[in-house]
Design a protein around this ligand. Structure first.
Ligand SMILES: Cc1ncc(COP(=O)(O)O)c(C=O)c1O
Length: 365
């Protein structure tokens, strides 16, 4: 990245996990050009079949388990959350939702209601009723899922908590409990999807399949796009009683779908995803300094833990002053964020880690 004065920055955050294939990938730019030449907005879903939407949905579902075979495109991640919550209520006829502490699913009022932190929610009450927040990865959470629960919504790997991975046994138990009680399991991979954790989808690493998958961020290849994905059987409920159960004017914009599909093809055809674990390992090896208390990472979603926000902020500011762009996490403000484009090279990883370690040293004085 370059600033207005032409100064160069190494981008360690990729627009918060958006630019997984980098900025302005030539295939993405070309797809945008081609679609802009063909047509922009035509009409809302259902009135006309639009090829960019259908082609991208088809490619996505080819890469997903059989039950995730119906894609509803939105403009953003938070709208994907809203759509999933509505779908769960419509399918189950139930009022309640279970969400988790330190989770982030978006900023609109429904998504804010399931956000896992009272500080961020409180100024906007009244919010949605019927929502419980449990500790992520806790056995007690399972008990809160009852015959009144429409859905459980969780990030497969919690991002803004400072990269918090669940135990595989817990996620299995959550899946089982949802099935037993007839609640939908909604997994939010808006931040952790698209190869960031070393597999195309994070849920693959835990051997669970959600009833509804939320996508966003990297989904659009740098253009605004979100999606909630479920089985056609579930999704069909949104078409009856009322007939237009969920409507969007711009959701699945043809240019965004064309861009997203091109970016997804880059991911599928190249080596970017399989190289992620080795890159994570290199970051881990190089991020060593007495001020670094821990490195929480799954693939190229990394939280470097310092002892306080104040210290972290000084390190971040020093990194930026030295041409390395990073920031902190919403619920882990003492952690420095590393979520670079997946094509970051070994030399760039070394440069980034040197900048962070040097900054930690300088800020210790
Ligand atoms: C895990 C997660 N879910 C949902 C969202 C909301 O997406 P958007 O900002 O596109 O509304 C975000 C955004 O940061 C996110 O990280």
């Amino acid at each position: 990245m370059w600033d207005a004065s032409g100064r160069e920055y190494l981008d360690l955050i990729a627009g918060i996990s958006v630019c997984n294939v980098g900025h302005r990938h030539p295939r993405v730019v070309e797809a945008i050009r081609r679609q802009a030449d063909a047509y922009l907005h035509l009409l809302v879903y259902g009135e006309l079949v639009q090829s960019p939407q259908v082609q991208y949905a088809q490619l996505l579902t080819q890469q997903l388990p059989d039950t995730l075979n119906s894609v509803y495109f939105t403009n953003s991640g938070t709208e994907a959350t809203e759509g999933a919550m509505k779908l769960a209520k419509r399918v189950t006829g139930r009022p309640n939702i279970l969400a988790f502490q330190n989770s982030y699913h978006g900023s609109t009022q429904g998504a804010l209601s399931v956000m896992g932190d009272e500080y961020w929610r409180n100024a906007y009450r009244p919010l949605l009723p019927g929502i419980d927040h449990a500790a992520y990865n806790s056995p007690e959470a399972l008990e809160l899922i009852t015959e009144q629960t429409a859905c459980v919504i969780a990030e497969t790997i919690q991002a803004e908590a400072g990269v918090n991975c669940p135990d595989i046994e817990w996620l299995h138990a959550l899946r089982r409990r949802c099935t037993e009680k007839g609640a939908l399991l909604v997994l939010d991979e808006i931040q952790c999807g698209f190869g960031r954790n070393g597999t195309l989808w994070a849920f693959e690493q835990f051997d669970v399949v959600p009833d509804v998958l939320l996508l966003g961020k990297a989904l659009g290849g740098g253009m605004p796009l979100g999606a909630f994905i479920a089985s056609r059987e579930l999704m069909w409920k949104l078409t009856e009683n009322p007939v237009l159960g969920h409507i969007t004017t711009f959701g699945g914009h043809p240019v965004c779908c064309a861009a997203g599909k091109a970016a997804f093809e880059v991911l599928l055809e190249g080596e970017l995803v399989i190289q992620v674990p080795a890159k994570e390992q290199l970051f881990r090896e190089l991020l060593v300094h007495p001020q670094i208390k821990a490195v929480h990472a799954r693939g190229l979603m990394i939280a470097v833990e310092f002892e306080s926000f104040d210290f972290n902020k000084k390190v971040i500011d020093t990194c930026i002053a030295n041409g390395v762009l990073t920031d902190w996490f919403l619920f882990a403000s003492h952690c420095l964020r590393i979520a670079p484009p997946l094509m970051i090279t070994e030399a760039e990883i070394r440069q980034a880690c040197r900048a962070i370690v040097d900054a930690a040293e300088k800020c210790s004085d």
